[in-house]
Design a protein around this ligand. Structure first.
Ligand code: GUN
Length: 286
């Protein structure tokens, strides 16, 4: 059996078109969704990522502001900028690109962002809202994985989902989102005794480790859905995920490629969260 490909570019295009439509409708009612992106320092990968975020805003009709600062910016100055953006009514989402220079306490910066504008979903209040099922912003990458599962009409209720990885940004929120969707969830990590025994039981596997070939074909139940969050490079410098794609696609029922799977969904969900923040604010004012 050859798996069907879950095309993250196509799902992204569809969702971004919906964001553009809702944005136009909100603008017609007098509110333009606004995202502020802060980049500190010259990390080349971060420069590419923030460029993509700002461009995606423009294409969907959202207002965006990119603030670039020298790596020598003090923590106090960054906190003051975040506080000013918290108070700025034209801004509905604030994203401080990570990693930050070592002299800045990233957690402190994230906790300074107003939870109502935390479109990255990294604030402890956002994490707590996800854990308790209260309204709040879901972090973009795992939320994007949920949308990919929705795009194939997959009902998670009663399914066994295995998440490989327990990071604060992907693994842990992913497990909570799958739980919220009524899956039975197992979280595996570097100290898991027998990873293969776990993944072989899975109807859905989300691989979010950051290591090539973490999931091989012998670890996958025939017909399972495989979501690959990994972003690695092979010996030839080619982008690849955590899954041995060529072999696993012969066993799985559905699989996301790298690139073109989860990757484009992260920026897409940032647009969705920013739009929802603006819609919430407009509703509260009405
Ligand atoms: N650095 C890499 N990915 C991300 C992200 O999704 N959000 C932020 N703020 N920084 C990042």
């Amino acid at each position: 059996m050859t798996a069907q490909i879950i095309d993250g570019n196509a799902v992204s295009r569809q969702l971004r078109a919906e964001v553009a439509q809702r944005t136009a409708a909100l603008k017609a009612r007098g509110t333009t969704p606004g995202l502020a992106v802060i980049l500190v320092g010259e990390d080349p990968a971060s420069q590419v990522y923030v460029g993509k975020k700002v461009q995606a805003c423009e294409e969907a009709g959202l207002h965006s502001v990119l603030e670039k600062y020298d790596a020598s910016l003090t923590e106090a100055a960054l906190l003051a900028r975040v506080e000013a953006l918290n108070a700025d009514p034209s801004i509905h989402g604030i994203l401080v690109q990570l990693p930050l220079p070592r002299h800045i306490d990233a957690q402190k910066v994230i906790e300074t962002i107003a939870p109502s504008k935390d479109v990255d979903g990294f604030h402890v209040a956002s994490a707590g809202a996800l854990m308790t099922g209260l309204p709040g912003f879901w972090s973009c990458t795992p939320y994007g994985c949920i949308k990919l599962l929705e795009s194939i009409g997959y009902d998670l209720k009663g399914k066994h989902a295995v998440v490989i990885g327990r990071s604060n940004n992907v693994g842990k929120p992913m497990a909570l989102m799958l739980l919220q969707k009524n899956a039975t969830v197992t979280v595996c990590h570097s100290a898991t005794a027998d990873l293969k025994a776990m993944t072989l039981q899975a109807d859905v596997i989300v691989a979010a480790v950051g290591r090539r070939n973490t999931l091989t074909a012998d670890m996958v139940k025939p017909g399972a859905v495989v979501i690959d969050v990994g972003m690695n490079r092979n010996e030839q410098g080619k982008l690849c995920g955590d899954v041995d794609f060529a072999a696993v696609k012969e066993v799985a029922g559905w699989i996301t490629p790298v690139p073109g799977g989860v990757g484009p969904m992260t920026v897409t969900m940032l647009l969705v969260n920013t739009l929802e923040s603006a819609e919430r604010e407009a509703r509260a004012k009405a």
